[in-house]
Design a protein around this ligand. Structure first.
Ligand code: SF4
Length: 399
């Protein structure tokens, strides 16, 4: 799948290529969490422990060339799978080994929280989203079963161009579908798809997403001046996909996307909130529930997940493991967990200015050192609700 030149470029960028078509890279949030600087927004929204997360893809190739894609090398593109098919067990073992070797250097670092570094050796979550389109790997369901067996929960992101693969996909802990434009013409401009029937593929994918029984999420990457228009059309597409969750997230001006977009295309957090409210005017079954300002992202949730006045958006991971291994049908409702109170709410705070960011960084550094010192030997996992670890950090680099 990759030329020697592309492989070398990936390795230079701290990727590790596994077999012929898979890759691993340590997520920026995994590093942040190990340094006590905060976990990703998926910790706040769903309870993912960022320091125990494996970020990978099973296909470096994709059928789109999205203008906002930040992964920094010229990825292969193709409509069909035309490579050898690696063994799923090899991909799993190779990916875990690559993650461990990439994290080894962190061990002795002063800023690193030692107990968390030890925990990071036990991967509990995989984000199948690093680059490319993971769903087109022909043996993806076998790989998902192996993750289930190991008790590793699965988040998978798909670009909505392979509807049949979505239909036939085995249960994943949370399935993401990217929705990058509210109309056909703009989708072509934003995603630059290889398929000519890209709009039909998106619509079919939404239909199949609505049939999924486990957790689903539609992700909008909002690009100021490009796709923050027609909220009513976004709402109509979202209704078709009927996801449990919606994430509306700012485009980040990083990596390869800088060739096509400028800083000015990054909406501020307050602009994300305002646009979300416009979409929500057309979605009476959903509510704006939480935000993560460093990532300029909000979580919108189906109202039915508010039970007796409390929100249930976190994942009960042990239950998911049991359910996925039992081989019987199960639904989102079967592995919900109550969201901690300090993960909820919209603060009204804005994106910090440059000066505020510098000041925050100084304060953060002091807090971080204190936290790492204090935390020596303590255990941090999804049952402790040790949420000091996500409220920090100013940049965003993750899935
Ligand atoms: S941003 Fe994605 S890859 Fe990074 S820690 Fe969070 S879930 Fe894992």
């Amino acid at each position: 799948m990759l030329t020697q030149e592309a492989k070398e470029e990936l390795i230079r960028q701290q990727y590790r290529v596994v077999g012929e078509h898979s890759a691993v890279k340590i997520c920026g949030w995994t590093k942040n969490m190990l340094r006590g600087r905060g976990g990703c927004y998926k910790l706040k929204f769903y309870g993912i422990m960022s320091h125990q997360c494996l970020q990978m893809s099973t296909s470096l190739s994709c059928a789109n060339r999205c203008m906002f894609c930040w992964r920094g090398y010229k990825a292969p593109v193709s409509k069909e799978w035309k490579w050898g098919v690696d063994d799923p067990a090899m991909i799993l073992d190779g990916s875990l080994a690559a993650q461990e070797s990439l994290l080894t250097g962190f061990g002795g670092h002063d800023e690193v929280h030692t107990a968390m570094h030890d925990q990071s050796k036990e991967v509990k979550h995989v984000a199948l989203s690093l680059t490319g389109e993971p769903i087109i790997y022909p043996r993806i369901n076998e790989l998902l079963a192996l993750f289930d067996k190991r008790g590793i929960s699965t988040f998978m992101v798909t670009n909505a161009q392979y509807a049949e693969q979505i239909k036939n996909l085995a249960p994943v802990t949370q399935l993401y579908l990217s929705l990058d434009a509210p109309n056909k013409k703009l989708l072509k401009k934003v995603d630059v798809p290889l398929f000519t029937d890209y709009w039909e593929r998106l619509n079919k994918s939404l239909e199949y997403l609505a049939e999924k029984q486990q957790r689903t999420c539609i992700r909008l990457t909002a690009i100021k001046g490009v796709n923050m228009i027609e909220p009513e059309n976004y709402a109509a597409l979202i209704r078709k996909g009927s996801p449990d969750f919606i994430e509306i997230k700012s485009y980040m001006h990083v990596g390869a996307s800088r060739k096509f977009l400028g800083q000015e295309n990054m909406p501020l957090h307050e602009e994300i909130i305002a646009f979300t409210k416009e979409i929500l005017e057309h979605l009476p079954d959903y509510e704006l529930v939480s935000e993560h300002i460093p990532s300029r992202v909000v979580m919108v949730v189906k109202k039915k997940y508010k039970k007796a006045g409390e929100w249930f958006t976190w994942i009960d991971f042990p239950k998911y493991k049991k359910l996925s291994l039992a081989g019987k049908p199960f639904t989102t409702d079967d592995y919900l967990r109550e969201t901690p109170k300090n993960s909820l709410g919209i603060s009204g705070k804005k994106t910090p200015t440059k000066e505020e960011s510098i000041e925050q960084r100084k304060q953060q550094k002091a807090r971080q050192l204190k936290l790492v010192k204090k935390a020596k030997g303590i255990t941090v996992d999804e049952s402790t609700q040790e949420l000091d670890f996500y409220n920090e950090e100013l940049d965003d680099e993750g899935c």
